[in-house]
Design a protein around this ligand. Structure first.
Ligand SMILES: [Zn+2]
Length: 90
């Protein structure tokens, strides 16, 4: 006979994204249309990546698309950063 024990697990899900620049909030993603994509990724990760595991330190910020286009890009361009714009189509 197998004796079972009922266990309850907690799952973490993204409920809200808050822009770390302007404070704007969005329900779990920036895009509003069903097939739309609006993603911003500002992240630095350093550490070790072994076959059995990854040990890193991550510095990141959640920025809304408007702040990225209107604040982050112009600010970084002032210090010489050149952004590449490309299109994906597949
Ligand atoms: Zn913002």
């Amino acid at each position: 006979m197998i004796i079972y024990e009922d266990k309850t697990y907690t799952t973490r899900v993204v409920e809200l994204i808050r822009c770390d620049c302007c404070g704007k909030e969005s329900k779990y993603r920036w895009a509003t249309g069903g097939f739309d994509i609006e993603e911003v990724c500002i992240k630095y990760e350093s550490g070790k990546h072994y076959p059995e595991g990854r040990f890193t330190k991550i510095i990141e910020a959640d920025i809304c698309p408007e702040c990225f286009k209107d604040i982050i890009i112009p600010t970084l361009e002032k210090v010489g950063v050149k952004f590449l714009t490309r299109e994906s189509d597949f």
